[in-house]
Structure formats: structure tokens, C-alpha cells
Write a protein that binds this ligand. Structure first.
Ligand code: PEP
Ligand code: MN
Length: 359
């Protein structure tokens, strides 16, 4: 776990853990949920007050009254409290109620104007803020949202991976697409990264596997939606856990370390890593050779006014490489992704020559 998140002034036990209902629904619900969660390990209790709903007419949150209920829950249990803000008026209301932490939702981090307005409202305020990924897997936009807050002087900033909207993803509500948060961790290594399995999964039964996968990928913690009576929740009913299920899940999760293991492990790992380094070098050389040939083909095509893209040939390549790759125990998905990247670059290389003229 990144040590900086432990210095945010919020309790951190095995991981940074956020739990609470999707939405605050009543004072009784918020306070009772806090009591159920107060038995330990929770860094702050979440509850949505202003709910960004896809269509009007659904439950859009209880508004500022919910902040009063959260403050009462904090007084009753000592739990820290946080909610989602989407505009400067939300920020102002949260600061008035002295919330311990804020987060920005996926629909808001998608919009740089909204992010800048929130950053301006937070200028000079020292409060931790978590930024959920934008709706689409645009890591630059996610980083930009965090940078706007950093430029406003905020120092306790974290990210939440809640998956990406995708019409292709059937299993999950929001595609996990782990390579996006991994890329954010590479480019912003000091920003703590949480995972929100509730919004990725959209249904309870898928949550444990995604939560464990996040921890295996060295995420710093989890945000989980917890409701006293999930089936009757006013929003996101299918994905909320009861407090009992939540505590059971947390207890069963395994937390691996980045470093460690005995010396035999270290030796074996480093020998295998050398093999991987060597193979990667060979792969890169092969790719470079392949691009040389692609460029020659491009020149031939230009000379004969033949199109860069050859749909029939491409179909044939995909069929052939998927067949050969799967016979070698590679997944169809990975073969497709690799071939598509190579093909995209091949087209780019040939087009550069067509547009600029071949030297
Ligand atoms: C939420 O946390 O309840 C929420 C609205 O999430 P997201 O912004 O990830 O959709
Ligand atoms: Mn929700």
C-alpha cells in the first residue's frame, strides 16, 4: 500500500476501505448503517446525496438533508464520512458540514469544465478527494481531472477505478479494463488507487472476484456499496451488499505484498525475469523487422495505386493468427489485441509514406 494514504488522517487497517449505501435514503438508514459498519476497518462511510442518474425521474438523491444525517452518523459512531460532489454548490455544502473526504463521480470526471469548477471551489481547502475514472477508458482525461485538483493546491488525492461504460461488455455493468488503472498507476505512481467493485460488477455475486483481483494488482483499497436491505435500495439495488456480507468478504480477501518472499523465490523469480527480458528483446526485434517489410509493401502499393487497407487479406490474417495462437494456448482475445495493434501501426507506417511521398 502507498504509505501516503495512511497519512490522510482517516483510519486505515489492512487497506483503505470505503463502505456505505449507494444513496442516503433516510436518517434512520444512514445512522443504522453507520452503526453496522462501525465495528472496524472502515476508513470512511460513503453515501450519495446528489445522485447522477442516467434518466430523469429516477431517485436523484435527498440533497443537503442527507449531509445532516451523515453528520449525525459520525457523531453516533465516530466513523469518518464522505460523499460525491459534482459542482461547486455541492462542495460548499460539504465544507459547511465539515465532511472528512469527498469524491468526484465518473460522469463529472468526464467533463473538464466541471472538474475545473470543483477545483476552483476547493482552492485553498485541505480535504482529501478521490477521483473516479471517466466513463470511457481515457486515462489522459482521468489524469487531467486529478491534475486540476492538484493545481488548486490539494495534496491528498486518490483515484477510484469503477470500470468503463461499454456496449461490448456483457458480464459486467462497467468493463474492468484493468490496463487503464494500471496505466494511471504507472504515470502517477504516488496517487493511491482504490477499486469500486460494486459499480464494475453491477451485481453482488461478481464482486468478490473483482475485489480480489484489485488487491492482487496492488490497489490500495476498495469502495463497496453496503445497504441494510439491498433489494429495497432506492438506487443500485442489485450490487449492494448487506453489512454481514461486506464484513465476510473483507475477511476472506487476501492482501499480497509487492515485495517479499524467501531467497529461493527471489532467485527463481529473477531467473525467470531474465528469460522474459530476453524474449521481449527478441519480440521487439521481430516487430521491427516486420515493420521494415510492411514499409516495403507500402511502397509497392503506392507505385501501383493499390489501397493501403486490404480487407480480405486482413480477414485472412486474423483467422490464421487466431487459429495458430489458440493452438499455442494464447487466448483469442490477446491474439486479436496484438494483431490489431500491429495492423494499426502497419497502416500508419504505410500511410505516412503515401501522404509524405516515399523518399
Ligand atoms: C456512486 O458511487 O454511487 C456513483 C454514482 O458512482 P459512479 O460515479 O462510479 O457511477
Ligand atoms: Mn451506486
Amino acid at each position: 500500500m502507498k504509505t501516503n494514504i495512511k497519512e490522510w488522517g482517516l483510519p486505515v487497517d489492512r487497506m483503505f476501505l470505503v463502505a456505505g449505501p449507494c444513496s442516503a435514503e433516510s436518517e434512520e438508514q444512514v445512522v443504522s448503517t453507520a452503526r453496522a459498519l462501525a465495528r472496524g476497518g472502515v476508513s470512511f462511510m460513503r453515501a450519495g446525496i446528489w445522485k447522477p442518474r442516467t434518466r430523469p425521474g429516477s431517485f436523484e438523491g435527498v440533497g443537503e438533508a442527507g449531509l445532516e444525517w451523515m453528520v449525525k452518523a459520525r457523531e453516533a459512531t465516530g466513523l469518518k464520512i464522505g460523499t460525491e460532489v459534482a459542482d461547486p454548490s455541492h462542495v460548499e455544502a460539504c465544507l459547511t458540514h465539515n465532511l472528512d473526504i469527498l469524491w468526484v463521480g465518473a460522469r463529472t470526471s468526464t467533463n473538464p469544465f466541471s472538474m475545473q469548477a470543483i477545483a476552483d471551489a476547493l482552492q485553498g481547502v485541505d480535504i482529501p478527494v478521490l477521483v473516479k475514472n471517466p466513463m470511457s477508458a481515457d486515462v489522459g482525461l482521468w489524469i487531467g481531472a486529478i491534475e486540476r485538483l492538484a493545481n488548486a493546491g490539494l495534496t491528498r488525492l486518490g483515484a477510484i477505478h469503477r470500470g468503463f461504460s461499454s456496449k461490448l461488455e456483457m458480464r459486467y455493468r462497467n468493463a474492468p479494463n484493468w490496463k487503464a488503472p494500471i496505466e494511471l498507476m504507472r504515470r502517477m505512481p504516488d496517487i493511491p488507487m482504490l477499486c469500486d467493485p460494486s459499480h464494475i460488477c453491477g451485481r453482488r455475486d461478481l464482486i468478490p472476484a473483482i475485489a480480489q483481483e484489485a488487491l492482487d494488482l496492488l490497489f490500495d483499497g476498495l469502495m463497496l456499496e453496503v445497504h441494510l436491505d439491498p433489494d429495497h435500495a432506492l438506487s443500485d439495488a442489485a450490487q449492494q451488499l448487506t453489512p454481514a456480507c461486506f464484513f465476510e468478504l473483507i475477511a476472506t480477501l487476501n492482501l499480497p505484498h509487492e515485495q517479499g518472499g524467501d531467497s529461493a523465490f527471489a532467485q527463481s523469480l529473477s531467473a525467470l525475469r531474465e528469460e522474459v527480458d530476453d524474449l521481449d528483446e527478441r519480440l521487439l526485434k521481430l516487430l521491427s523487422e516486420r515493420m521494415d517489410i510492411v514499409r516495403k509493401m507500402g511502397e509497392l502499393k503506392v507505385a501501383q495505386n493499390v489501397s493501403t487497407f486490404q480487407p480480405h487479406r486482413w480477414q485472412e490474417i486474423v483467422r490464421d493468427r487466431v487459429r495458430k495462437g489458440t493452438a499455442l494456448d494464447l487466448s483469442e482475445h490477446v491474439v486479436m489485441e496484438i494483431m490489431q495493434s500491429i495492423h494499426e501501426e502497419a497502416i500508419r507506417q504505410q500511410e505516412i509514406r503515401r501522404v509524405n511521398g516515399v523518399e
